[in-house]
Design a protein around this ligand. Structure first.
Ligand code: NAD
Length: 497
């Protein structure tokens, strides 16, 4: 019998009073491996109230001490890297190697949070007017909330709470109900690292819990990562309740292939970036744009994709795992069928995929379409499966026009040997993260994760300096110290003198 996960409220791991739970299943077998409670209104209130109380003390803790907590946490995360990856692989179905990558990309952000003192430096100008100086100080906001998706249950919670807390805030995390075991273990390790009571709270559940959090009067800022429809809802509702919101949403990422690109690199990068994690990455390449003669490589791409074999997380030979749920699988298969019905040519069809020993798994085989047009659903919709669609164009400028017409703007890449083509592309493309011969250009945490257009609602992005700005506000102090000079009379103007 699988157990119901506890929630972290006011420094204690508590069982929810709710009888209403959500099954957490192994996507390769459908076995129920845990249950997530749906937090009750009282539990939500208790978590936010405790976070508010804890904030009053935590904001007074000196920044170097907050940094030391993050150093201890980063050390513990590294020590438990394999254990975290195994929990994550069990609940997401990701291969062990990919699960380790998910944890690692989160550890990198925790590492960056240990650098908080220099990130929170303000600015000063001496003598802004005679004997008057101005300094700006960076101060935390208060209670911040994080709502995270299923596809990176370690990395994305770690995008949020370490930096928010290092800035002096307290944090309420509501992870995805589809894989809440990894976030719970991340929170346990945070407590073990020495996080004071109430600084981090973890609540479980779905829409009702999210809606209560994003409208709660004590919540100052909301970080969200997930699908477009929910991202828009969070952004609209959160800002309507006068909160600061950053909402990272869905994507459709194009890789542009120039005819002068090294073919073997192009093919292996395309296969990995489209099918890795069963295509369930917001930065996955889901559209290959072949410019000119590069379209001659599509046949070889089909051969390489057809050779990929999904499998169980612990099978070291598996290319990727199942998709997260039977509903997700049904949606992907529905879009593949629609692609065929709309006239695209299905060169590799993964709709009928089985894996020996795992008859109940949510398997989808690698799928490749050619002859796709921008009007087709397989081009327009985020499929979130191991499905790559190919579009052919004649020139780089046509490729740029295609990418720029997409409502999304998360990531893109160009493969070429020409510096001129790459420079033109990086400048002209209206996408927030560009790779040049790098298929998935997710920046490391000293930069920020900078999705654009329909892939992001808000102003300040995740991690790096932008996240510090998001989780803080700036106070400017203008000061003058008097000496014994005679008073020159009242200043009746707006100017400082
Ligand atoms: P989702 O939108 O279904 O769920 C995300 C979170 O929102 C979960 O915690 C869920 O409980 C909550 N939620 C779901 N429905 C809700 C509702 N109606 N009201 C309020 N809250 C609700 O997303 P998902 O399926 O877990 O994740 C996949 C999506 O996330 C994809 O679209 C992917 O592109 C996107 N994603 C984007 C980025 C990025 O950086 N842009 C990164 C990772 C994932």
């Amino acid at each position: 019998m699988s157990s119901t996960l506890p929630q972290l409220i006011d420094g204690e791991w508590r069982q929810s009073q709710s009888r209403d739970t959500i099954d957490v299943t192994d996507p390769a077998t459908q076995a129920v491996i845990a249950r997530a409670p749906k937090a009750t209104p009282e539990e939500i209130e208790a978590a936010v109230t405790s976070a508010r109380q804890a904030f009053l003390a935590w904001r007074e803790v000196p920044a170097p001490e907050r940094a030391r907590l993050m150093l201890r946490y980063q050390h513990l995360l590294k020590e438990h890297h394999d254990e975290l990856a195994e929990i994550l692989a069990r609940e997401t179905g990701k291969t062990f190697a990919d699960a380790k990558g998910d944890v690692w990309r989160g550890i990198e952000v925790a590492e960056q949070a240990a650098n908080i003192c220099s990130l929170m430096m303000g600015e000063t100008v001496e003598n802004v007017a005679r004997d008057i100086d101005t300094a700006s100080w960076i101060q935390p906001l208060g209670v911040c909330v994080g709502i995270t998706p299923f596809n990176f249950p370690a990395m994305i919670p770690l995008w949020m709470f370490p930096l928010a807390i290092a800035c002096g805030n307290t944090f309420v995390l509501k992870p995805s109900e589809q894989d809440p075991m990894t976030p719970n273990r991340l929170a346990e390790l945070f407590i073990e690292a020495g996080a004071p009571k109430g600084v981090l709270q973890v609540l479980h559940g779905g829409r009702e819990v999210v809606d209560a959090l994003i409208t709660h009067p004590e919540v100052r800022a909301i970080s969200f990562v997930g699908s477009v429809a929910v991202g828009q809802h969070i952004y609209r509702t959160g800002t309507d309740h006068l909160k600061r919101v950053q909402a990272f949403a869905g994507a459709k990422n194009h890789m542009v292939i120039m005819p002068d690109a090294p073919k073997d690199q192009v093919l292996s990068n395309l296969v990995g970036a489209s099918c890795g994690a069963a295509g369930q990455r917001c930065m996955a390449i889901s559209v290959a744009v072949f410019v000119g003669e590069s379209k001659a490589w599509i046949g070889e791409l089909a051969e390489q994709m057809a050779a990929l074999r999904p499998g169980y997380w612990s099978d070291a030979g598996a290319a990727y795992g199942p998709v997260i749920s039977p509903q997700a699988k049904a949606r992907v298969l529905g879009l593949i069928a629609q692609g065929k019905a709309e006239g695209a040519e299905c060169l590799v069809d993964g709709s009928d995929c089985t894996v020996e020993g795992y008859p109940g798994g949510n398997w989808v085989g690698p799928t490749l379409f050619s002859g796709v047009t921008p009007q087709m659903a397989i081009y327009r919709e985020e499929i979130f499966g191991p499905v790559l669609v190919c579009i052919e164009v004649e020139t780089l400028d046509e490729a740029i026009a295609l990418v720029n017409a997409s409502p999304y703007g998360n990531g893109t890449s160009i493969f070429t040997r020409s510096g001129g083509a790459a420079r033109h592309y990086q400048h002209a493309v209206e996408v927030g993260q560009v790779g040049i011969n790098v298929p998935i250009p997710v920046p490391l945490p000293f930069f920020s994760f900078t999705g654009w257009k329909g892939s992001f609602y808000g102003d300040l992005h995740a991690y790096g300096k932008q996240a510090v700005r998001f989780y803080t506000e700036t106070k400017t102090v203008t000061s003058r110290w008097f000496d014994d000079s005679p008073v020159s009379g009242p200043n009746l103007t707006i100017s400082l003198k």
